[in-house]
Structures are given as structure tokens and as C-alpha cells.
Design a protein. Structure first.
Length: 200
């Protein structure tokens, strides 16, 4: 599991703020998660890779209880192996001359912000051989729109919006000229329900 930190959007203004606010979750879409019509149990990263759609909220855990706040080091270690993030990318296996990296899922875990300006986005990569357990907490629902960016032969979720109008407004504000919109359809949601039940 690897943590990454991505700079803010190209046209975001920092404005000389001195402090950075704490990490906030779910920066890619609606603040409230809509309820789904099915329940899912914990699963491996491999099943998440195969069945979870981009935009799904994923919880991961090592099964251990959260330490009290007074044990700062133990708590920090626990938080590296227990968390929640939005699935933004599925990374295929990568072969290099010196090594071979397994496939992975990339979760957006939140943003460091100063006021309303996002400075850095925190990404965490989970390889499919991870020993953690995962749960699909929420999936995108019919009528939502994904804002997607092609990255080589892959695709990455930049934003999840409630509607086309909200997605287009986000695009106009952020200036991602190469991004495209994708609607969450009834066919997709139906297939996700079937696959989710089969995986469970």
C-alpha cells in the first residue's frame, strides 16, 4: 500500500494562506452518500478491482481495533491500514526490466485544503496482493456523472457529480480540457448489483 500526494488543480489559487486544514474525505463528489439497495461483505482487493465501479466508496481494514488517541504512534500506524476512500483508478499489472508490479486499486482519501482551496490530494495505492480486507460502502447511482481523464491506456476519475449540469460546472471551474463525461446508467447499476452479490 503506497500513499501519494497530488498537487492542487492547475487553476486553484493558494492565496498566501499560512495553515493547511486537516484531511477531509470524499472530495470527488456529493458530500452525502446515497444508500444502495443491497448489502456487501468484506472482500479482497482483487474482488474490488474486478467488481467495484469507479466512484465507489471503499473501506479497508486490517481487522484490529482503533488505538486510543493518547497512543499517537500506534494510532498513526493503524490509520495507515484502516481508512475510507473513493475508487478513482484501476492500475493494471506493470512490468519493468528490474521488477514486476501487481495490479492495484487507487483510492482518493481526501484533500489538504486552506479554506475552500484544495492544495494537495491524497491518493493511496493498494496492490491486489494486499492482506487487508475491503468493503464497498457505496456505489454511484443512476443519473450521476463521472468526469474521466484518459491516462495512457487507462482512465482516472477526476470527479463524481450528481448531474450533468454539476459535472459541466465542475469542468468549467477546473479547466480540464481533455476530460470527458460518463453517465451512470441503469444497466451499469443493475450489473453492479449482480456482480456484487456474486462476489459476496
Amino acid at each position: 500500500m503506497t500513499a501519494r500526494f497530488r498537487p492542487s488543480l492547475p487553476n486553484s489559487r493558494i492565496g498566501g494562506a499560512a495553515a493547511v486544514a486537516p484531511l477531509t474525505l470524499h472530495p470527488l463528489g456529493p458530500a452525502s452518500c446515497r444508500a444502495t439497495l443491497f448489502s456487501e461483505t468484506t472482500m479482497s482487493a482483487h474482488i474490488v478491482y474486478d467488481t467495484a465501479p469507479l466512484g465507489a466508496l471503499i473501506r479497508y481494514s486490517d481487522g484490529t481495533p482503533k488505538p486510543p488517541a493518547r497512543f499517537a504512534k500506534k494510532l498513526a500506524a493503524w490509520e495507515r491500514r484502516n481508512g475510507l476512500g473513493r475508487l478513482v483508478r484501476k492500475e493494471p499489472p506493470r512490468e519493468r526490466p528490474a521488477y514486476c508490479a501487481p495490479a492495484a486499486i487507487i483510492l482518493n482519501e481526501g484533500s489538504f485544503a486552506s479554506g475552500s482551496v484544495i492544495l494537495v490530494t491524497a491518493m493511496r495505492e493498494h496492490s491486489l496482493d494486499s492482506d487487508l480486507r475491503y468493503e464497498i460502502v457505496d456505489r454511484p447511482t443512476i443519473g450521476m456523472f463521472r468526469v474521466l481523464l484518459s491516462v495512457g491506456d487507462n482512465v482516472e476519475l477526476l470527479h463524481l457529480a450528481d448531474s450533468r449540469e454539476a459535472a459541466e460546472l465542475w469542468l468549467a471551474r477546473t479547466g480540464h480540457a481533455r476530460a470527458r463525461l460518463e453517465e451512470v446508467t441503469a444497466d451499469e447499476v443493475g450489473a453492479d448489483v449482480i456482480e456484487g452479490r456474486a462476489a459476496a
